[in-house]
Design a binder for this molecule. Structure first.
Ligand code: FAD
Length: 466
């Protein structure tokens, strides 16, 4: 049965039960409400339950259960494969739930399940605090955290999940639980890396850490001709740098931004996004080796608000453009891997595409592998091959093909995949995104908390019961 077959009285009952709105296909706001970050996704849910709190989420879950409807959960709406939406089913939409409250004495934040990284940073930076979140401020805290959470500060403060203290979770039965180290600790373990499989998280509590508010941070870039040298440097630098150094490489065609010299616009470049999670003076010394490597085309590293650095990449990946990506975890970048990366980066097909290479290490690798559901903590890098094109591009297939060829060429060096960087390959790769022990444990937790696989529009971990 689909919701289209539900009579309007039943839908009105749901509407009346929610503080938020129920949006249906005939409603004027429907097309806006079903829009997510990736403009390539065009799904038509039967209804969108725009929740305003945990009680709304419980009603929406129970409604979908009672009427045997497919349901998806929407946080920030950034899963590239469009897992926030489903065709013909119910979208349990938490995107209006962005409230946050910092406890400055305990250095914690309680933040709702639809909040974005920018909400986390904005509220916690008011007290000179934050925790690791992603490198684009409009990404959802929920999806990012539930998959692990990698970002500029991970070498200093670990993954986002390493600072997670507790979650409020609406389960597949519509119950509201607290999951933390004491209560439902099996569920809490699975929520730290297992994705959206176990329930709808209505709020997260994180430990915060001192940060800035002013930090030494920014981009240094070189012409792509120097890419071999820069990536070899990154290999050595990543191995020895203090935990305070965050470094993400990026290969692309230089966008026409004021910060980038005009003669470089449209030319292939390699850049390092650098941040030092400590004093400006210590940062000057720690980042100097990167800034004095060869002859950078530009060096925009400077003291700046931490929140500004967190927004550095926002304009490069706006909402509504079309995107496709594939990703690998990698070890230290050996010369052969560097050759493959540079070779394929030079064949980039779109001025909007980009290849970020995140650098793990530091605190990420010091958490035991069985402590959370995040595997391969000893991987050195995550590469994400991100194609992007305008909606009216006459030949989108060539950009997708570029991603696939690049991905295949790196496959022999793959150390698995970060579950949040899976895409249309999520079903095929989800199992290999975890260690065999983690996988079995995740399936056990799924079987306990969601035996009918209600939460299945995601990188799905099926229960033993289905
Ligand atoms: C531009 C961009 C930049 C990115 N940068 C980074 C980065 O720096 N670091 C990083 O680690 N990842 C990064 N990612 C990947 C990102 O972590 C994933 O795309 C993640 O799924 C986004 O979460 P979301 O809440 O925005 O997405 P959504 O599409 O809303 O949700 C993603 C998944 O989580 C589930 N989910 C969402 N909200 C909830 C909830 N409240 N409770 C339970 N399940 C929920 C959904 O059902 C879905 O399966 C980036 C993605 C994009 C598009």
């Amino acid at each position: 049965m689909t919701a289209i077959a539900l009579d309007s009285t039943t839908l009105d009952e749901l509407d009346a039960a929610l503080l938020g709105d129920v949006v249906r296909p005939a409603d004027p706001g429907y097309d806006t409400a079903r829009r997510i970050w990736n403009g390539d996704i065009d799904r038509r849910p039967a209804l969108i339950a725009q929740c305003r709190g945990a009680t709304d989420v419980r009603h929406a879950v129970r409604f979908a259960r009672e009427h045997d409807l497919l349901a998806s959960v929407r946080g920030g709406g950034h899963a590239v494969a469009g897992h926030a939406l489903c065709d013909d089913g119910v979208v349990i939409d938490l995107s209006a739930m962005t409230g946050a409250r910092v406890d400055p004495r305990a250095r914690t934040i309680r933040i709702e399940g639809g909040a974005l990284n920018e909400h986390l940073d904005r509220e916690s930076q008011a007290y000179g605090l934050t925790t690791t979140s992603g490198i684009v401020s409009h990404t959802g805290v929920a999806g990012l955290t539930l998959g692990g959470g990698i970002g500029h500060l991970m070498r200093k403060y670990g993954l986002t999940i390493d600072s997670l203290l507790s979650c409020d979770v609406v389960t597949a039965d519509g119950d509201l639980l607290v999951a933390d180290a004491q209560e439902h600790s099996d569920l809490f373990w699975a929520l730290r890396g297992g994705g959206g499989n176990f329930g709808a998280v209505t709020s997260f509590e994180f430990q915060l850490h001192p940060m800035g508010p002013e930090v030494l941070a920014g981009l240094v870039a070189w012409p792509m001709g120097d890419a071999h040298e820069v990536l070899r440097f990154l290999r050595e630098f990543a191995a020895d740098a203090p935990d305070e150094v965050g470094v993400t490489a990026n290969l692309r065609l230089a966008p026409p931004l004021p910060a980038i010299p005009e003669e470089l616009h449209g030319r292939p470049i390699v850049a390092l996004a650098l941040v030092y999670a400590g004093s400006i003076a210590d940062g000057e010394a720690a980042l100097a080796p990167a800034r004095t490597l060869g002859s950078p085309a530009f060096d925009a590293v400077m003291p700046k608000p931490y929140v500004a650095h967190q927004k550095l990449f926002d304009p490069a990946v706006p909402h509504g453009r079309h995107y496709y990506w594939k990703s690998h975890k990698l070890g230290p970048l050996d010369d052969d891997v560097i050759d493959v990366i540079v070779d394929h980066a030079l064949r980039i097909t779109s001025p909007l595409s980009t290849v970020p290479i995140f650098t793990q290490g530091g605190a990420v690798g010091r958490v035991p592998e069985d402590g959370t559901a995040f595997p391969n903590r000893d991987a050195a890098h995550d590469i994400n091959i991100v194609a992007s094109w305008m909606p009216d591009d006459p030949e989108p297939g060539r950009h997708v093909e570029w991603v696939r060829e690049f991905f295949t060429a790196l496959e022999p060096s793959s150390k698995g995949v970060y579950v949040n960087f899976t895409s249309d390959d999520a079903a095929a790769r989800v199992r290999s995104a975890y260690s065999p022990t983690q996988w079995e444990r995740l399936v056990d937790v799924k079987t306990t908390y969601d035996p009918t696989n209600f939460f299945r529009v995601n990188a799905n971990i099926p229960p033993r019961t289905v």
